[in-house]
Design a protein. Structure first.
Length: 317
């Protein structure tokens, strides 16, 4: 992880106000499909993250430009990573962003898990609420993030769990369109475990695609496991709420929040702003095990009457 590229010094075309134009790449932090992320510092020693994106074909160059344009259009929101600047050197784009202290959300899940800790549901609400505000900001600008998953939600070290959405490598600028038709050209369009059915089938992506991913992320954040065991389960829109912690620990509002996002039909999913409103009106922070067990038969009856429950798999969407 200590690798430094041959181009270790870069000069940004138009750095953000208050930032230096010249940056030095110090050490490698991570590697993706067509990109590497480095720790960088400016002439004053201030740290940042620099994403080096390979743009050696017209398609990859267009993809990199779209990522930078989407991130630039998404600025001025506390829950979206700050863009310092970008520049192209040869066949590589360098995108310098603010460095975020603290573990990524994926590590929070691995180390602690939220469903079984005291106040865990309330903590999950704090995290997901901020993510929803970030997505509402994007969606008002007709930007699809395209890859909402724990690894792309940076979580601060403070007790307030301040988060920032990052990595716009799969973003889509819809402009006047309501959705973007997908073409299987070898470029990533999100991550399969968090992708909605329409993306798995390589059909189209829309603002509603992000909302499915929020539903999966919330499920994972609360339970530590995925709602779907395979792409086939996702395509058959089947998610299980029959096992723990959904059976006895979490509140009905948490289950309903996720259910309203994991809808097979994109038009039936809540929008980001609708999800924010739903979360703001259901800040119960969970229920006791005794209360949840008492509510379970009524919940089963409700979903059975709606044709959305069976004893083996739980709730069907």
């Amino acid at each position: 992880m200590g690798e430094v590229p041959s181009t270790s010094d870069i000069v940004l075309d138009e750095p953000a106000s208050g930032y230096s134009a010249r940056w030095r790449l110090c050490r490698l932090l991570g590697v993706g499909g067509f990109a590497k992320v480095y720790e960088a510092e400016d002439e004053m020693g201030r740290p940042a993250a620099c994403k080096a994106i390979l743009a050696d074909t017209p398609e990859r160059n267009a993809r990199a430009r779209c990522e930078i344009e989407a991130l630039r259009a998404a600025q001025s929101h506390r829950n979206i990573v700050g863009l310092i600047g970008a520049t192209q050197v040869g066949e590589t784009w360098y995108v310098v962003q603010e460095m975020r202290a603290g573990d990524i959300l994926d590590e929070v899940l691995t180390k602690r898990g939220l469903a079984n800790e005291e106040g865990g549901e309330a903590r999950a609400q704090r995290i997901v609420s901020q993510l929803l505000h970030a997505l509402a900001h994007l969606h008002r600008r007709n930007i699809v993030h395209g890859d909402v998953k724990p690894e792309n939600v940076l979580c601060g070290a403070s007790s307030r769990d301040e988060i920032q959405l990052c990595d716009f490598g799969s973003s889509v600028l819809l402009e006047e369109r309501t959705r973007h038709t997908l073409v299987d050209g070898g470029l990533s369009m999100g991550t399969a475990l968090y992708a909605p059915p329409e993306v798995i089938r390589t059909e189209h992506v829309s603002l509603a695609s992000d909302m499915w991913s929020v539903g999966v992320l919330t499920y994972v954040l609360l339970s530590g496991c995925f709602p779907f065991s395979s792409a086939n389960d996702t395509l058959n829109h089947r998610a299980s709420f029959a096992a723990e912690p959904f059976r006895s620990v979490l509140s009905p509002s948490a289950r309903d929040f996720i259910t309203a996002l994991l809808r097979h039909n994109p038009e039936r999913r809540r929008t980001a702003e609708e999800a924010v409103d739903a979360m703001d009106t259901n800040k119960d922070g969970g229920v006791s095990v005794e209360e949840a067990k008492a509510n379970l038969p009524a919940m089963q009856r409700y979903y059975q009457e709606m044709g959305m429950w069976d004893g083996n798999h739980g709730i069907f969407m």
